[in-house]
Design a protein around this ligand. Structure first.
Ligand SMILES: NC(=O)c1ccc[n+]([C@@H]2O[C@H](COP(=O)([O-])OP(=O)(O)OC[C@H]3O[C@@H](n4cnc5c(N)ncnc54)[C@H](OP(=O)(O)O)[C@@H]3O)[C@@H](O)[C@H]2O)c1
Length: 263
């Protein structure tokens, strides 16, 4: 039986990936910590270290170790707009790691998801308190994705033969505005929720004063810049093509997390 190593198993996607692999009866183990992994007897690896300035070093070290150990497939969690020339830190890191993966020649599957619906949980407390959803989107649409769909595609990419060699751009089922998100939150919580579109200037101090590391504040501001430029409006049918079911929509996500948007 194929043996799988899952890194980032405690992460947003990793938690669901572990459940998926378990439900599919896969033979897998999880790595304890980004640097503490044992590749002995491992055939396939899911690569996901925490974002941050050490990400490229951590993931490329794992890719090199996997190549050395003769691992037959790597599934790398990347991001839409990954590019070594990107001004956005995480997109640049993913671009650099994808390049290292190609260089390693280990057969791979690259997952490039769009904006995670779980990002909305970062503002859940404010929505619960004020009934307002603030975001600098200029009314543009985002084909946001439920991380459970990312995890399901990751599990299939680790287990099935058809996925090998693919780069999957993963989105939700529809491109939606933050006004649509507010409506979904209102329906799920039976409370009024209204979206308030901020200008870039109004949003900047919010990112800067949120107590986030500098690279993360820059990443978030950059992602909303891409949203305002329409760069997250494209819908791909990849989740459905790979999993056989439509991607989960914002209504389902909002109902599942209704408590977070209410407390
Ligand atoms: N958010 C989005 O919209 C979006 C969209 C596309 C792509 N992505 C990409 O998705 C990846 C993240 O995936 P994920 O959300 O499943 O992983 P994650 O939640 O960031 O966790 C990955 C691993 O990082 C470590 N970790 C988590 N939180 C940490 C913290 N606060 N401090 C230090 N280490 C921490 C944990 O590893 P240990 O248990 O080993 O310490 C965890 O298993 C990123 O590379 C991101 O760029 C995100």
């Amino acid at each position: 039986m194929t043996r799988i190593l899952v890194t980032g198993a405690t992460g947003t996607v990793g938690t669901h990936l572990v459940r998926e692999l378990r439900s599919r009866g896969a033979d897998f183990r999880t790595a304890r910590g980004s640097l503490a992994y044992d590749l002995d007897g491992i055939d396939r690896v899911y690569v996901c270290a925490a974002d941050g300035p050490r990400k490229v070093a951590h993931e490329t070290a794992l890719i090199e170790a996997a190549a050395e150990a003769g691992v037959e497939r790597i599934v790398k969690l990347s991001a839409l707009h990954a590019d070594p020339a990107s001004p956005l830190p995480a997109h640049r890191w993913h671009g650099e790691i994808e390049a290292a993966l190609r260089k390693s020649r280990v057969p791979s599957v690259v997952l490039r998801p769009a904006f995670f619906m779980t990002n909305l949980l970062m503002v859940a407390e404010g929505v619960a308190r004020t009934g307002l959803l603030h975001a600098p989107t200029a009314g543009r649409r985002v084909a946001m994705i439920d991380v459970r769909d990312v995890a399901e595609v990751a599990a299939i990419a680790l287990l099935d033969e058809e996925s090998a060699g693919h780069t999957y751009d993963l989105t939700g089922p529809k491109a939606i505005t933050f006004a649509d998100v507010a409506t979904a939150m209102a329906d799920a919580t039976a409370r009024p929720v209204r979206s308030v579109d901020l200008t870039e200037e109004q949003a900047r101090p919010r990112f800067e004063s949120a107590g986030l590391p500098g690279w993360l504040a820059m990443q978030l501001a950059g992602v909303f810049g891409l949203i305002r430029a329409g760069a997250f409006e494209r819908v791909t049918g990849t989740v459905e093509a790979v999993t056989g079911h439509p991607a989960r929509d914002i209504g389902e996500f909002a109902r599942e997390h209704a408590a977070a948007f209410t407390r």
